[in-house]
Design a protein around this ligand. Structure first.
Ligand code: C5P
Length: 254
């Protein structure tokens, strides 16, 4: 695309194009030994393909950038080629980095210029419904620099002084008021320039991209998340994910 066709800085957000970066370069050690987590199968289809389809299901998404394990870009390319994906969506594959935030940065670096809204979505959340994706995009279009889907917590949360040896009792330091807490999911949505600035300026370990935007002093807003957007982390999550897929197949009648 030529420079002339890029949105100008005054392009209304409602017309801004949306790309998704999917960091999928983690080993997923908490799932146990085996293939990188994103390449594990759920009902016979790799988790990554479910995640890519979940993003491409949104008509607002026109590009998906998959950040592959550093030595797995060719494998990811053949996976994408082997599975049916919407024709209206473009795909790019880039090799990832050592930490999640390195992988996201490499994905951002690969974005063509003509995208003003960026979503970041964990491959480990393969089943997020399209309504959640669309709600995040809409909130960014409405002007929020950063948007996260999130759910209230079922469990009360304690802050502890972590034990030096695993299994030792840990003293409780504080009990935050549960009603004010939210469990944050992905896709997280951003004004592209804001997210790029966050990745260029914020250092130190972070577990989500919105946290980096908070460190810039900007307001991050929360929209309702969805219970099916859970992160596949431990072996039991694989069982739950397959149960969700089975329920969807029943409901869809095929
Ligand atoms: O480890 P965790 O579950 O927090 O990883 C979240 C997402 O970040 C996963 O989709 C994983 O593949 C990705 N990741 C990555 N590069 C890394 C580490 C994690 O793309 N170096």
């Amino acid at each position: 695309m030529s420079d002339d066709s890029r949105p100008s800085p005054t392009t209304p957000r409602a017309e801004a194009r949306t790309a998704v970066v999917i960091p999928a370069a983690g080993r997923g050690v908490r799932l146990g030994p085996g293939a990188p987590k994103a390449l594990r199968a759920l009902n016979g289809t790799p988790m990554l393909i479910h995640a890519v389809r979940a993003m491409a299901a949104s008509r607002a998404v026109s590009l998906v950038v998959v950040v592959a394990p550093p030595d797995g870009a060719a494998e990811v390319k053949s996976l994408l080629d082997a599975h049916a994906l919407p024709e209206r969506t473009d795909f790019l594959i880039v090799p990832g980095g050592a930490e999640r935030q390195d992988s996201v940065k490499l994905g951002l670096d690969a974005l063509p210029p003509d995208y003003d809204i960026v979503l970041v979505h964990d491959a480990a959340r393969p089943l997020v419904p399209v309504d959640t994706v669309d709600a995040v995009i809409e909130a960014v279009r409405d002007g929020a620099p950063a948007v996260v889907p999130a759910l209230p917590l079922a469990d009360t949360v304690k802050e502890v002084e972590p034990a030096s040896a695993a299994g030792d009792p840990e003293p409780v330091v504080a009990t935050p008021e549960r009603a004010r807490l939210r469990a944050v999911q992905t896709p997280q949505g951003f004004d592209r320039a804001t997210l790029v600035r966050a990745h260029e300026t914020v250092t130190g370990h972070v577990t989500d991209d919105a946290g980096m935007v908070e460190q810039l002093g900007l307001t991050v807003v929360v929209v309702p998340g969805h219970e099916e957007a859970f992160k596949v982390t431990r072996p039991l999550d694989l069982v739950l994910a397959e149960a969700v897929l089975a329920r969807r197949r029943l409901n869809d009648g095929f």
